[in-house]
Design a protein around this ligand. Structure first.
Ligand code: ADP
Length: 265
């Protein structure tokens, strides 16, 4: 650990003396380093599409000015790069909102079946385009939790989008509600919301770092799929705010299952 020592002489009616303060600065330094890394990462992520946009604008103004075919092609790439920047800014805002509300207890009564079905419908076009079927599976009747409906929808959306994007070869993504085996952890009653795919899976070495901001198993594939590297970081913050737990299990060649365990209201 690192310490900062400060000394002060005091002269009071009770007598004279020295006050020595010893402050452990390890946590402060760690927080400061994380903040710096985050800013560096954001700058890098924004600079890549921005550099591409600037390059194409120059080319369109110069050499490609009268080349209609090239213009169409370049405009398409520019739209894609601008879209990437837009998604990044949107995810950064989400992350900052979720972090800002971290200490405020959510108060809505949210029914999880309805939420699963609505996410299934909302993502049907994406799934269809990828040749994947989203299945909803639950043996439980209505399940209510105390939460923030928009944020819980975002959890389920981010997990299901990942399962579709990365689990493509698996053809099937399953959303399920079940009773938790890990009930003791919650010191009360809870429910498990899980998203499972039969995709390529994630090597074990990556699992502990998946929820870090900008951590990607395969950067190229993530970018190609329109990923920002912030999806699981947002999920983790929302789950923490709901006093839940998140468990990621994956077997290479078999698939990935992400379980969110929430306390019941
Ligand atoms: P991204 O925006 O890149 O998808 P996420 O934070 O959502 O970022 O996910 C982090 C990384 O975890 C992804 O880049 C991907 O490599 C990996 N990943 C997430 N979900 C899955 C999944 N269902 N199957 C395989 N890999 C996954």
């Amino acid at each position: 650990t690192n310490h900062e020592v400060t000394c002060a002489y005091v002269d009071t009616s009770l007598g004279r003396g020295v006050i020595v303060t010893l402050q452990d600065t390890t946590q402060l330094e760690k927080a400061e380093r994380m903040r710096r890394d985050f800013v560096a990462n954001v700058s890098h992520e924004l600079r890549t599409p921005l550099t591409a946009l600037i390059g194409f604008i120059e080319t369109l103004r110069g050499p490609a000015r009268n080349d209609t075919a090239a213009r169409e092609r370049f405009l398409e790439i520019m739209a894609r790069e601008a879209g990437r920047m837009e998604r990044l800014v949107k995810d950064l805002l989400s992350l900052s909102q979720v972090e800002g509300a971290a200490r405020v207890r959510p108060t809505q009564r949210v029914e999880l079946h309805a939420l699963m079905t609505s996410v299934q419908h909302a993502l049907a076009p994406l799934a269809e385009g990828a040749g994947v079927a989203i299945l909803v599976d639950s043996a439980l009747p209505e399940v209510f939790v105390q939460g923030d409906e928009d944020q819980l929808r975002q959890v389920l959306t981010n997990l299901t989008e990942n399962a579709i994007k990365y689990g493509r070869s698996g053809k099937e993504v399953r959303l399920a509600l079940s009773e938790p085996a890990e009930m003791r952890e919650l010191q009360g009653r809870g429910v498990v919301l899980s998203v499972t795919d039969k995709g390529p899976g994630i090597p074990e070495i990556h699992l502990p770092r998946l929820t870090e901001r900008f951590y990607r198993v395969d950067s190229h594939r993530s970018r190609e799929m329109g990923g920002t590297g912030l999806g699981l970081a947002i999920v983790k913050h929302i789950v923490n705010r709901h006093r839940g737990r998140m468990r990621i299990s994956s077997v290479v060649g078999e698939g990935t299952s992400i379980r969110v365990i929430l306390p019941l209201s």
